[in-house]
Design a protein around this ligand. Structure first.
Ligand code: SF4
Length: 330
């Protein structure tokens, strides 16, 4: 039986974009809409979707950088939904974030050794010698050397800076790492190296990752489970093999059809979605994908599909589609 580290129960987050005269006329961006999911200890759950689908907001909701309007956030069996920043201090160490732009998240005036030492100063009572020892150990773990410790971030490549970001994140032995597009800014050859570091560290420290990405080919390399988001909704979730070998939601099918196939002469029919993503301010009624789905029928425009089991075996596979859930198939 796997232990649940994080549980989201019907979580919603909206942002006010314009104020009307009356509260009813206020306009909101619905970034996350009624999402329920679990993240198990030691696994990698990836969240994929186009830009603006709400996946980064979901990450920020989990580590309480954003408060939510509805639902519950449970971390290590504790309901942290209404915790203040002060209450969250004891959990900050356990939930670390790795950002897409490592350069933007590293203070350019600080040496690499001081950047890696910073979380140790905040979250541990290590003395100076112990901290220095730990910094060298962390540099080694992420494939950097002692010589890098005295340098500044601008002397590093993108891949090296992301290694520093990873070293900072793991320095305080977190339980959960939220990696928000951690390799999208890197060259393809470097991406593979950084993915390998993520995997090695997970094995060594039993880390749990929430891996946020728009790139399904990268996600396939690192995930145990995959969730697909569209317009703030979780439209499909399941074991990696179910999502990649037997996608059920028409949106997931379209995303997967865009992955290039390796091998000479190998071809895959690409599904080109018609129309643009609707505005998250004026969401369509019923299924959020109804304006672009080639299978759309009457019910889709009236009723929001629930995320329901569509698995053929014991493994997890759930989809929010009137056509593809078990009832729809009958
Ligand atoms: Fe398409 Fe209807 Fe399924 Fe939505 S519910 S994905 S519109 S078939």
């Amino acid at each position: 039986m796997k232990n649940i580290l994080v549980e989201l129960d019907n979580v919603s987050k909206k942002f006010l974009v314009s104020k009307g005269k009356f509260k009813k006329e206020n306009k909101y961006v619905h970034a996350v809409n009624g999402i329920s999911l679990k993240i198990y200890e030691g696994e990698t759950l990836s969240i994929v979707g186009e830009s603006g689908c709400g996946k980064s907001t979901l990450g920020r909701v989990i580590n309480k950088l954003l408060d939510i309007e509805e639902g519950k956030v449970i971390f290590q069996k504790e309901n942290i939904t209404n915790y203040s920043s002060k209450d969250m201090l004891k959990y900050r160490k356990d939930m670390q974030v790795i950002f897409q732009d490592p350069y933007g998240s590293l203070n350019p005036r600080m040496k690499i050794k001081n950047l890696i030492e910073e979380p140790l100063l905040v979250h541990t009572n290590f003395n100076k010698n112990k901290r220095e020892e730990k910094v060298l150990e962390l540099l080694d773990m992420v494939g950097l050397s002692k010589g890098h410790a005295e340098r500044y971030p601008h002397e590093f490549s993108g891949g090296q800076r992301q290694r520093v970001g990873i070293a900072r994140a793991i320095s305080v032995n977190p339980k959960l790492i939220i990696a928000d597009e951690p390799i999208s800014a890197l060259d393809v050859s470097i991406q593979a190296q950084v993915i390998n570091i993520f995997k090695d560290l997970q094995e060594k420290f039993n880390l749990t990752y929430l891996f946020i990405s728009h790139d399904l080919s990268v996600v396939e390399l690192i995930s145990d489970r995959v969730g697909v988001m569209y317009l703030g909704n979780l439209v499909e979730i399941g074991d990696k093999k179910n999502i990649y070998n037997n996608p059920q939601h028409p949106y997931t099918e379209a995303l997967l059809s865009a992955i290039p196939v390796a091998g000479v002469g190998q071809k895959k029919k690409r599904i080109i979605l018609q129309g643009d993503i609707p505005s998250p301010i004026d969401r369509p009624e019923g299924c959020p994908f109804s304006t672009r789905c080639s299978y759309v029928f009457d019910k889709c425009r009236k009723e929001m599909p629930k995320l329901e089991d569509c698995s053929n075996d014991e493994t997890e596979h759930r989809v929010a589609c009137h056509l593809r859930n078990k009832k729809g198939r009958i």
